[in-house]
Design a binder for this molecule. Structure first.
Ligand code: NOJ
Ligand code: CA
Length: 545
């Protein structure tokens, strides 16, 4: 890509996108559950046109549609409405207006691999094989009362559930309350396109596509293969063999089917009906090639695809460099990366890597300076860690049913701490989960210029004013040591060099190198040394000359 200016960048390439788990953001009516009016009254903290806010470009809402909440909103019973728990359609319109007045673009979660069993489509579909909605879902007679194949639910157990009324099995890639939709049915596809238009007409700027690589399944229902990891030398005693009683399903006939790409190209057509709209897809896969294939040719499938590979690597310059380099190499021309460190499904990065506040700053420093769109999960700007919860307080029905406790998703979903009032200002009632780290808070970190929040705001503001960061090219260059990540960003207007010391050791800067003879434009240190980088230091230098 040639160097370009920020002005020609669409918003979803240009700025930070904030991931808001609405249920845990702010409760406006004391029922202990975050809601849309709560979020609306915090919009200024997200973007108020000054460096005292986060300065986000986009706001992705976790699902707020009516739902029986077997999977906290990822089981939708009506795609064209708002769950009363979160507010009304008028509340939603007020959120859209408030966001748009501040220049924030709104992204809805679109969960269309499956619906809820409570959706009117499924309630009809399951009544008879002749029902016009029967073909909106995936069915099989099975054999001798058994499921037709070995397909497993991603949450555990078989992916097939018996439906007594029609005497057949239906497919559910997740919970049995989340039946998979039949993407080979063209009426269903058209309904989904109309749902997208419905929200775009209401002012929504984009969609986050839940499990977008799952849509179409093998028509012949061929079984998936299984990989067995059965034997390895016992650590510490290699003469003995350790047997690991585990089989890993390879989803070769349930995910990544070629027809899924056709479906996404059609959806892209719908997105492109209105200027400035976008879709970002959740593709959790083992290889970068598989993940990046969802950009299509770079113009015709997903606008952005989450890059989750930081989740599974160590906090080392070498690991980050490897993922970044390979991503930039494999990305189709014109495609733009999307980086993620934390989400509502995985342990927060601060806990994953055991980050101290300075280490957190180096991590956020990396997220906000890479080429690509940074996705920031609510609380990440404070440096929030996961909350350790006693078993009796766990709420995630998926984890309670299938996963060994306490490994669940509640720890990364606890409510935001806003201030020093009871329940950290999240609710006047009883919070649905205990509030995260009440000792930390938005207001305390706002008042502290050395906090993670103040750092994140400062860097986000800096990023938005530097076309090299928000629009430019990127090249990894040799840094002063292996523990540093060093790269350049270049637009037509400027050339910046970013050096991040991803270690707790001071690193000497060799004489005569780019950073040795000028004051950095941006720095984590109040008084940066010309001869060395402090532990975890983030330094941005102007290297245009
Ligand atoms: C991915 C979502 O992020 C997760 O929370 C959900 O449980 C599954 N998809 C199923 O919809
Ligand atoms: Ca509420």
């Amino acid at each position: 890509m040639t160097a370009i200016d920020a002005q020609s960048q669409p918003w979803w390439k240009r700025g930070v996108i904030y991931h808001c788990y609405v249920r845990s953001f702010l409760d406006s009516n004391g029922d202990g559950i975050g809601d849309l009016p709560g979020l609306t009254c915090k919009l200024d903290a997200l973007r108020n046109g000054t460096p005292s806010s986060l300065g986000i470009e986009g706001l992705w809402l976790s699902p707020v549609y009516p739902s029986p909440n077997r999977d906290f909103g990822y089981d939708i019973s009506d795609y064209r409405s708002i769950d009363p728990m979160y507010g009304t359609m008028e509340d939603f319109d007020r959120l859209v207006a408030g966001a748009s007045a501040r220049g924030i673009h709104l992204i809805m979660d679109l969960v269309v691999n499956h619906s809820s069993t409570e959706h009117a489509w499924f309630r009809q579909a399951r009544t008879s094989r002749e029902n016009p909605f029967h073909d909106y879902y995936l069915w099989s007679d099975g054999t001798n009362g058994k499921p037709p194949n070995n397909w497993g639910s991603s949450f555990g157990g078989s992916a097939w559930e018996w439906n007594e009324q029609t005497h057949e099995f239906y497919l559910h890639s997740f919970l049995k309350e989340q039946p998979d939709l039949n993407w080979r049915n063209h009426r269903l596809r058209k309904d989904i396109h109309d749902i997208m238009r419905f929200w775009m007409d209401r002012g929504v700027d984009g969609f986050r596509l839940d499990v977008a690589n799952y849509y179409v399944k093998d028509a012949q229902l061929r079984g998936n293969s299984h990989e067995f990891v059965i034997a390895q030398p016992m650590p510490g005693n290699p003469s003995k063999t350790l047997f690991i009683p585990m089989s890993r399903e390879v989803y070769d006939h349930t995910v990544d089917q070629p027809e899924t790409h056709d479906a996404l190209r059609e959806m892209r057509g719908v997105i492109d009906e209105k200027p400035g709209r976008m879709m970002v897809g959740e593709i959790a896969q083992h290889t970068l090639d598989q993940v990046l294939s969802y950009y299509g040719d770079g113009q015709n499938e997903l606008n952005l695809v989450f890059n989750f590979f930081f989740f599974v690597r160590r906090f080392r310059a070498k690991d980050f460099r490897d993922i970044i380099e390979r991503t930039l190499d494999l990305l189709p021309e014109d495609a733009w990366p999307a980086w993620v460190l934390s989400s509502h499904d995985v342990i927060r990065a601060v806990s994953r890597y055991h980050c101290s506040p300075p280490m957190t700053k180096s991590m956020i420093g990396l997220l906000l300076t890479l080429k690509g769109t940074p996705f920031l999960y609510n609380g990440e700007e404070l440096g929030l860690a996961n909350t350790l919860l006693p078993r009796r307080l766990l709420q995630d029905p998926v984890a309670k049913r299938y996963w060994p406790l306490p490994v669940g998703r509640d720890g990364e979903r606890t409510p935001m701490p806003w201030d020093a009032t009871p329940n950290a200002g999240f609710t006047t009632g009883i919070p649905w989960l205990p509030v995260s780290a009440p000792a930390m808070s938005y207001s305390a970190e706002s008042a502290d210029p050395t906090s993670v929040l103040s750092f994140t705001r400062r860097l986000s503001w800096f990023r938005s004013h530097h076309s090299a960061l928000n629009a430019g090219d990127m090249s990894i260059v040799a840094g002063p040591s292996d523990t540093c990540l060093c790269f350049t960003r270049r637009s037509s207007a400027e050339h910046l060099t970013i050096t991040i010391n991803l270690s707790d050791q001071t690193v000497a800067i060799p004489r005569g190198s780019f950073t040795s003879d000028q004051t950095p434009l941006f720095n984590t240190e109040e008084q940066p040394s010309m001869d060395s980088l402090a532990p975890w230091e983030v330094r941005i230098a102007d290297t245009s000359a």
